[in-house]
Design a protein around this ligand. Structure first.
Ligand SMILES: C[S@@+](CC[C@H](N)C(=O)[O-])C[C@H]1O[C@@H](n2cnc3c(N)ncnc32)[C@H](O)[C@@H]1O
Length: 293
């Protein structure tokens, strides 16, 4: 079942949280001249027009990226993400349909274009997307970039089949839509199988924190991962509030996080709690589920 469209949610609190962490991991990979590769298992449409009918309908970006852009005293760790997003203008806009409103378009990059902006000549990006229309849109947007390879493929199965990649330095982003509750177990199993084959990569899994969510089961599974780099968990969430089934917040599980990412995420999370809007009183929690050695 593919009912989820990221256009309704682009630029929301969860995107700010996950994309800020993504930029920090990529910045770490850029520190060495050696090429890196990124596998993005659930890619979406690539970028989003926040003036479109979809984005205006929910307005979720107002409590996320817009709030962060308007705030004062931006933490140093968040600045590279905010600079990238604020300066983002898609290429080849003449190929695109209008967003359905009269408002002036303004754009937010999804994970494929955040990564694309940080790729060097010899770096590579593998994308997977199953939704037929999202796939077509993304294909139109990335096909001319020879560093990027897009497949219409199941990201859980595709990841395991694709690792280890020819370029051994790198990271995996898994950002499912959680249309069905089986996505939690599928995500964890896929990442754990990929990690057994490609143990040195950094893996980042995003998950929603819901009133009756499944994050406890995810934590349990990730605690079993044996890795000298450790497993870090960052959760930005309200303790309660909002309607039943509504998202209370955003969670990230990161295997083999780069050196000092824990401090950077603490800085970002503590700042975001006061800046973005969640359904109730919120906090940022950072835990090592598996300690780094
Ligand atoms: C949360 S969105 C991705 C957003 C994107 N990662 C970003 O940060 O901009 C999840 C996407 O996964 C796609 N999807 C759902 N199930 C999938 C699967 N099994 N394999 C690959 N893509 C899938 C959905 O169509 C949707 O576009």
């Amino acid at each position: 079942m593919l009912s989820y469209l990221h256009g309704f949610h682009a630029g929301n609190v969860a995107d700010v949280h996950k994309h800020a962490a993504l930029v920090l991991i990529l910045a770490h990979l850029q520190k060495k001249d050696k090429p890196f590769c990124v596998i993005d298992t659930h890619a979406g449409a690539g970028w989003y027009d926040l003036s479109s009918t979809q984005a205006q309908k929910t307005g979720e970006w107002k409590a996320g990226i817009a709030a962060a852009q308007q705030a004062q005293h931006i933490p140093a760790a968040l600045a590279p993400y905010l600079d990238l997003v604020t300066g983002f203008v898609p290429e080849n806009l003449h190929n695109e349909e209008a967003g359905g409103t009269d408002a002036k378009p303004f754009y937010y990059p999804g994970s494929p274009f955040i990564v694309q902006k940080m790729l060097r000549e010899s770096d590579r990006l593998s994308l997977m997307e199953l939704h037929p229309r999202e796939y077509e849109t993304l294909d139109r947007r990335v096909y001319h970039d020879r560093r990027i390879h897009l497949q219409k493929r199941d990201g859980y199965e595709g990841l395991v089949a694709m690792v280890p990649p020819p370029i051994r330095r790198g990271m995996v982003l898994m950002d499912p839509s959680y249309d069905v509750k089986q996505d939690y177990a599928r995500a964890a199993k896929s990442i754990m199988a990929a990690h057994r084959r490609w143990a040195t990569a950094t893996y980042m899994l995003w998950y929603p924190i819901l009133t009756d969510g499944f994050e406890g089961e995810l934590h349990q599974m990730f605690r079993q991962i044996e890795t000298p780099g450790g497993v870090l968990c960052s959760e930005l969430a309200a303790s309660h509030g909002g309607a039943r089934g509504r998202m209370l917040g955003s969670g990230l599980l990161i295997i083999n996080p780069p050196f000092q990412l824990d401090g950077q995420l603490a800085e970002i999370g503590d700042w975001l709690v006061d800046v973005v809007t969640l359904p109730g009183p919120a906090a940022h929690r950072l835990d090592w589920l598996v300690k780094a050695q």
